[in-house]
Each structure stands twice: as C-alpha cells, then as structure tokens.
Ligand binder design. Structure first.
Ligand SMILES: [Zn+2]
Length: 393
C-alpha cells in the first residue's frame, strides 16, 4: 500500500466504525452549554481525561478545556467560537467517546501516546445558549483577536500563549449554501490554512498548516471528492485563525457547510470525526509531512451559487406590454428556524429570479406548468414556506 492508499484506508476504517463509537446522546445540533458540561463530565470520567474550567463568558458561563494524551507536540482544537456553529463540537464529543471506548485502537493509541490534545469544545457558551453567532456582548469574537475586548477572546489568546501548541484547529460552520467553485455541487467541508499577511506569504508555520490541510483533504477523497473547497484566503487582520497562525501555531480552519437532507448536519459531523482524527494521527506519526501541499492549494474556492430550492422554468407574467418569460426561481429557507415553528411556517425568501442555470440547489423542481405574476415574487422578503411554495403548485 502506498502512502495515499494508507490514508484512504484509515479514513475508511474510521468512517465504518463511526456509528458504533460515536457519542450516542446527541442527535440535534441544538444543545446548550449545561448539557455539554454534563456530557463532558461523563466523558472525562469515563476516559480519564483532565477536564478543567479555564475561564468564563461575559455572562459567567464556564468554559472548559479537556486534555488528552501525554505526548508532544500539542494540538489545540477549539470549537463554537460562534455559538450557532456546533457541528465540530459534536464531532469532538464523538472523538472523545471513541478514545474512551477504544484506548488500544491503533489510531487512538498513536494519537494519545504521541500528542497532547487540548480540546475546547465551546468557546462562546452565551452565544450557544441563544444559538447565535455573536457573544452576549454582541461581538463577533472572530474579529476580536487584536483588541481582545471579549473575555472569551482573551481566554483563547491566553490558552495559546500558555500551551504554545504547535498545531491548531479552528472549527466553524459556514453558510450551508456555498458551491464548489463554479460547479453546481454544494461545499460540504471547506479548509483554510489562514494567511499571515496580506500577500499570503508562507513561513514554516503556515507551510506546515498547509500540509495538515492537505492530509485532511486527502482523508475526504473517499467521501466528498466533489464537495470540498478552500475557504477565502484573504488575510483578515482581526481574525483569530490568521493571528494564531502568525503567533506560531500551525492552524487549519475547518468549516462545515451543507449536505442534502441533513439539516442537523450529522453527515458533516461524521466527516469532521474522520478528518480530525486522520489529521491528528498524521501529526502523531509525522506522516503529515509527506502530504502534498498542492492538494490543498488546488482545492476550488467557495462560490455563492447555491440555493435551498430552485424552481425551474416558471412562466413569469409582468403586465400586458410584455409576454410571459421563462425563469428559474431560487429560494432559501431559514436554516436556524425557531424550533417551535411548524414546517410550513418556516421563513422562506425568494433570492433570485432569472437564468439560474449555473446554480445548484439541495432540491430542484420543475415549474414548467406554473404561471406566476411577478408581483407575487418579492425578492428577499420573508414569508411562510407553505405560502411561498403554494405559488408553484
Ligand atoms: Zn464561524
């Protein structure tokens, strides 16, 4: 088996054992900090992991750090800096559960004997409580790396300084409706080795991050070969990923995007489990250094060419002076609806009307039997899903 086949076969093994070993008590992406704390306590005592409160949020919620393994180097994984981005948090629980259950599995034992893994599953508990991006102080923490006005941002920076980890994983969810370059495929996972300057130069730290990102990408080839992208590499001087890279920790941003018929993002959670463990294993064994950085560099970029629904070939009427025209209608649904809403009351919006032949969607329907007056299609105005879809019946 050559190196690449070995990576693929390890990734497949993790993918196959996932259902048996995942953390079983979580089936929705909406969970609160108190639930998470309970789960972390149970996992820590089962796996013998060190769990300690390392700080608190603006509203006084505790932020916890788990330490797994006794080796060097250190790999620091932080998730839910944005409170409504919990996909990787779920995967971190899966990883902890797998490590606790199968300590002698070769992947687990390599990782726990060679690395010190620092896991901060929920950096923004106040935002998570409300399922919002921002902190209780209404700040986007990922623009607070320089001014450090938020207690959560200060905590992240101080932990990096305290442990000086060689590797970092900055774990997020992106808009579920990015396409892979100019294709009609949805971006399921997006990777980035954040830039350290506006010219996007490489130093040793960033070059190492690109190798880890390439290994992650390699691990995804068997599952989402056409749904993997590179995140926008523009240097953001205020962001944590860019600064942590600059401060000397080789950092990979992992963004979970979208997947058809998976609003709770359970498939993407599973892919995070596979990709993160393969990356950690590659760091533990040193094999990440043999990854081909071009694999990362050649990933297509995220593009905004994707909707939740496209109704194709609708006949659009607009007054007596022009004949009806045939158009596609791109529609998005609220992807964080109030859980108490009925399906038909979920807010929906018409995002675009016209030639959407270059756009993809989670669902496409043929509207060639429908005639709609253009006054009924108001762009970017929220209305109940049931009412909007009734227009196309
Ligand atoms: Zn985010």
């Amino acid at each position: 088996m050559n190196r690449q086949e070995r990576v693929s076969s390890l990734a497949q093994e993790l993918f196959d054992l996932y259902e048996q070993h995942k953390f079983p008590h979580i089936s929705s992406r909406r969970f609160n900090p108190a639930q998470l704390e309970e789960w972390l306590n149970a996992l820590a005592s089962r796996g013998g992991f060190a769990l300690s409160p390392v700080g608190s949020s603006a509203e006084g919620r505790s932020v916890s750090l788990l330490t797994v393994g006794n080796g060097t180097p250190a790999a620091f994984l932080w998730s839910q800096m944005h409170g409504d981005e919990p996909t990787a948090t779920m995967a971190l629980l899966d990883i902890l559960h797998f490590i606790a259950r199968e300590p002698s599995h070769p992947i687990v034992s390599a990782v726990t004997s060679q690395l010190k893994i620092l896991i901060l599953p929920m950096l923004n508990p106040d935002g998570a409580e409300r399922f919002t991006r921002r902190t209780a102080q209404k700040i986007d923490m990922n623009r607070d790396a320089l001014t450090l006005r938020t207690p959560e941002g200060r905590l992240l920076k101080s932990l990096r300084e305290q442990y000086n980890p060689e590797f970092g994983f900055n774990l997020h969810d992106q808009d579920p409706r990015f396409s892979v370059g100019t294709t009609r495929n949805v971006a399921a996972i997006s990777l980035l080795a954040p830039a350290i300057d506006p010219e996007r130069n490489d130093n040793n730290v960033r070059a190492r991050a690109k190798l880890v990102a390439s290994l992650f990408a390699e691990a995804m080839q068997g599952f989402i070969p056409n749904n993997l992208t590179r995140y926008d590499e523009t240097f953001e001087p205020r962001a944590f990923g860019d600064n942590i890279q600059k401060w000397g920790t080789s950092t990979v941003l992992v963004e979970s995007g979208g997947w058809p018929n998976d609003p709770e993002k359970m498939y993407l959670r599973k892919l995070n489990f596979v990709g993160l463990l393969i990356s950690l294993h590659g760091i533990a064994t040193g094999n990440y250094t043999k990854a081909n950085p071009r694999l990362y560099e050649q990933l297509p970029l995220n593009e905004e060419r994707f909707f939740d629904l496209i109704v194709r070939n609708v006949s659009l009427i607009c007054g007596p002076r022009v004949s009806p025209i045939v158009v596609d209608v791109g529609i998005n649904f609220d992807d964080k609806p109030d859980p108490s809403l009925k399906e038909r009351d979920i807010p929906a919006k018409v995002m675009d009307i016209g030639d959407l032949s270059t756009f993809g969607a989670f669902e496409e329907i043929d509207g060639s039997g429908c005639q709609i007056h253009s006054s009924h299609l108001v762009l970017e105005e929220n209305r109940p899903k049931g009412d909007l879809l009734a227009l196309f019946e």
